[in-house]
Design a protein around this ligand. Structure first.
Ligand code: URP
Ligand code: ZN
Ligand code: ZN
Ligand code: ZN
Length: 467
């Protein structure tokens, strides 16, 4: 039996109109005014609500062995939290360490998600070592529909690659037409600065930012762009956090480098003073790149409005307070990361659209459509169109609430955004036509999420960044 969504205001990356949507067999089959539907059709009234395409989070960590511990979410918890917050597809970083076998890692990550996710999911495959065997395995992984790689220029000896390995990864990506996502910080500088600060007795979380200053990120960004330019591969900078790195990316793009930019939720709303707070409060707010001087927030918001920042991810990374305390007395041992997969849509809507200058169309583009296009999911995802998956967010702009770990659904005992007001939230969320969320509650079915076999995207197969 079908489902009809009546009288909502449909918002896509380019359009805005009132219509009914009719859904059968997981896809949208009709769009129009006052659609006639068979008796017995389930009706959702979307009067006075927005209807958005399901949001895509292009950067999450769920299963993550890192810094001597494991991030806390499972696919059961993270996918439900994502859906309650309006995100219907996740792209997780598949991150086996340098010491591990890439293909075994890939199978392990897939097994953590298979039959455990309430929303659809895919992976960016981290290349943490490059040798002949890894190369063969990467070809297999791309054939399996995982059409993007991830490299870390930081986290030396664990995830990090050297310049030679970066070069080889980009050459392979260019040959296969896949896009390479990159964490851009200079590993050597970070490690030297960390040791110097510790030797001076500077051990608290407030020293995390000075150990990886903006220059260190600008260097990584510039180097990645130079390697893209030399190899002709397409790249995507993850979690760009500051003005000098943005400048480097925008300049590279102006030269024709195929480069897209993501910034993540914490950098839009939190600044380095959070990591300077006393006790565990400071530890909570340690991530990399670090929370920056507040002046960078206005830079990121306006770059997002213009499209110089293409996408917004979360870098969802749920370590709990006991884990954060592992770094008490030595900031280099604090597990890096801030959770947020549940909060991205509501917070960017509130502080970007409602209280800022972000248009509704650009909001949809940055949180859904552009990621779908860059990562080979469009127009199946990221659109509201006949024939596309019925992943839909019926969003209530009248809702008022406050973010708190007491009420969130992430498997994590703190929120980086505790006390932030939200103005609006999803009232109904569907995954391929199945109602999974109603009014902040998961009412659907666990395990229905499917692995996303992705196409090779146009950006990677030749087209330069547009927009
Ligand atoms: O601090 C962060 N971002 N933790 C997760 C790992 C990464 O660098 O994305
Ligand atoms: Zn990173
Ligand atoms: Zn990350
Ligand atoms: Zn652009």
């Amino acid at each position: 039996m079908g489902l009809v969504i009546r009288n909502g205001e449909v918002i896509t990356d380019t359009e805005r109109y009132h219509a009914d949507l009719y859904i059968e067999d997981e896809v949208i089959t009709r769009i129009g005014k006052d659609l006639a539907v068979p008796d017995g059709t389930e009706v959702i009234d979307a009067t006075d609500k927005f209807v958005f395409p399901g949001f895509i989070d292009p950067h999450v960590h769920i299963y993550l062995p890192f810094m001597g511990t494991f991030a806390k979410d499972t696919y059961e918890t993270a996918s439900v939290a994502a859906l309650i917050g309006g995100t219907t597809s996740l792209i997780e970083m598949c991150c086996p360490s340098r010491q591990e076998d890439a293909l075994e890692g890939y199978e392990l990550w897939k097994s953590k998600a298979a039959d455990h996710s309430a929303c659809d999911y895919g992976f960016h495959m981290a290349v943490t070592r490059f040798d002949a065997q890894t190369e063969q395995q990467l070809r297999q992984i791309v054939d399996d529909g995982t059409t993007s790689f991830k490299i870390f220029l930081s986290y030396k000896n664990f995830f990090g690659v050297d310049d030679g390995e970066m070069y080889q990864t980009l050459k392979l990506a260019k040959e296969l037409g896949v896009i390479v996502t990159a964490h851009c910080e200079n590993a050597e500088l970070v490690s030297r600065l960390q040791q110097e600060l510790l030797a001076q007795g500077k051990t608290g979380p407030e020293w995390h930012e000075p150990s990886r200053p903006e220059t260190v990120e600008a260097e990584g960004t510039t180097r990645f762009a130079t390697f893209l330019e030399t190899t002709g591969a397409a790249g995507y900078i993850v979690h760009l956090s500051c003005a000098p790195a943005l400048k480097a990316a925008v300049e590279a793009r102006a030269r024709g480098v195929k480069l897209s930019v993501e910034s993540v939720l914490p950098h839009f709303l939190l600044d380095k003073t959070y990591a300077e707070r006393k006790g565990v409060e400071g530890l909570k707010h340690v991530m990399s790149p670090p929370l920056r001087d507040k002046s960078n927030q206005a830079v990121l918001w306006s770059a997002l409005e213009r499209g110089d920042v293409d996408t917004v991810g979360t870098d969802h990374c749920p370590f709990d307070l006991d884990q954060k305390r592992m770094g008490e007395g030595n900031f280099t041992l604090i597990p890096n990361g801030i959770p947020g997969v549940e909060d991205r849509v509501n917070l960017i809507y509130t502080y970007g659209v409602k209280r800022g200058g972000l248009s509704l169309n650009r909001f949809v583009d940055a949180l859904s459509t552009r990621a779908a296009k860059l990562f080979g999911l469009y127009p199946r995802k990221g659109a509201i169109a006949v024939g596309g998956d019925a992943d839909l967010v019926i969003f209530d702009p009248q809702y008022r609430g406050v973010i708190s770990a007491k009420t969130h659904h992430m498997n994590n005992d703190y929120s980086g955004f505790e006390g932030f007001e939200i103005e609006g939230r999803p009232s109904v969320v569907t995954v391929r036509g199945k109602v999974q969320v109603k009014d902040g509650t998961f009412v659907g079915q666990q395990g229905i999420g499917r692995f996303l076999r992705r196409e090779v995207a146009s950006a990677a197969s030749g087209e330069a960044h547009a927009g």
